[in-house]
Design a protein around this ligand. Structure first.
Ligand code: AHR
Length: 351
């Protein structure tokens, strides 16, 4: 990028000056910008949402293993503990440290204009990963890579519609344990459910955030079970909420699964999540892929080569079910295969 290029150009000029005896400035190792002393090391400041879920742990691991010293990077990793103000502080620190790139996994969509403008003014490219930002101008970030969360929700709801028809379920009495309110993953998945409820005449009994955590998922499910005795489906907006909901349902003396009282739906397809899908505790698990490290690196490599990466790129994601009752779902004339979870699927899971 411009700053790095200038640092390299400057060190070439200084080396030439030293050779001709006209030098006297700093040596190359201390002359550069980007927090790396002007070397070829690329400094990346990564503001991570937090550590709220197994998905998030896998995502952090993917970033750390990609942006390693051995791969030529210095990664400054900041865990924001699910707080936007911490992310804003982290970004300001990255700007002060003159990193080469800022990578942001935003906790929620709104509220980023000011700090992203500060990064832009400092000429530091910002790559958004996983969730999206809702900003006044797309010029405030360089590129985004992540999931199509609305499509994930649509896949799940189309599957439920087809499954209910195949099983002759007369009524869908559903509750929604939402993700962090205002996060793209929550907005897209909730929106898809709301539309399906409307279109299919399902009864949406309750809707409340479980903040993408197991503890909160359990707490919310306990309270929903106390208020409604006819729940037959719970739509959990990630695996950890599903684990908590399953604990709450079982503690209330009810059974989860195709032959039980309540069907548990989930998102993420972590190894633990699809293991529960094989047993039927989770009836459907829609993939949200966390392995973004190499995808972000590809963007950085393009920028380093003065190429233009795609402004926005969606990751391909699958649908994983207990049993083979539904083999595909169709959304906007596109067919999506539903994979039945087997031991082989679990063995092949990297996270
Ligand atoms: O933004 C991705 C979501 O955030 C995942 O579904 C969830 O597990 C995580 O915490």
């Amino acid at each position: 990028m411009k700053k790095k290029f200038l640092a390299k150009a400057l060190s070439v000029v200084m080396a030439a000056a030293l050779l001709t005896g006209c030098g006297g400035g700093k040596d190359k190792a201390t002359s550069g910008s980007g927090g790396d002393g002007g070397s070829d090391v690329i400094t990346v400041g990564f503001s991570q949402v937090g550590a709220e879920s197994d998905w998030r742990t896998a995502n952090s691991e993917s970033m750390k293993s990609t942006f390693s010293e051995a791969n030529g990077y210095k990664l400054i990793f900041d865990d924001a503990q699910q707080k936007q103000e911490n992310q804003i502080t982290a970004i300001r620190n990255f700007i002060q440290q003159e990193v080469d790139y800022i990578v942001l996994a935003p906790v929620t969509e709104t509220g980023w204009d000011t700090v992203l403008q500060e990064a832009k003014s400092a000429d530091i490219p910002v790559i958004i990963v996983d969730r999206m930002v809702d900003v006044s101008s797309d010029d405030l970030y360089t590129a985004w890579v992540g999931s199509n969360f609305k499509l994930e929700g649509q896949k799940a709801c189309e599957w439920l519609k087809a499954y209910a028809a195949a099983k002759g379920m007369k009524e869908i009495n559903i509750v929604d344990i939402q993700g962090t309110i205002g996060a793209s993953a929550q907005i897209g998945r909730t929106e898809a459910l709301d539309e399906a409820v409307e279109a299919n005449g399902w009864n949406l009994l309750a809707q409340q955030t479980g903040e993408f955590t197991q503890a909160k998922g359990q707490e919310v499910m306990e309270s929903m079970l106390k208020q409604h005795d006819n729940i037959n489906v719970v739509y959990c907006e990630n695996d950890n909420e599903a684990f908590g909901a399953i604990d709450a349902i079982e503690a209330a003396g009810k059974k989860v699964g195709p032959d039980g009282d309540i069907l548990v739906m989930s998102f993420d397809t972590t190894k633990a999540g699809i293991t529960d899908t094989l047993s039927g505790k989770i009836i459907l698990n829609t993939e949200c892929n966390p392995l973004h490290g190499p995808r972000v690196e590809e963007i950085i490599k393009k920028l380093e080569n003065n190429e233009t990466p795609d402004k926005q790129a969606y990751v391909d994601e699958g649908i994983f079910a207990h049993g083979a009752d539904v083999d595909k779902v169709t959304i906007d004339d596109t067919d999506y295969t539903v994979t039945e979870v087997t031991e082989d699927v679990i063995d092949g899971r990297a996270y």
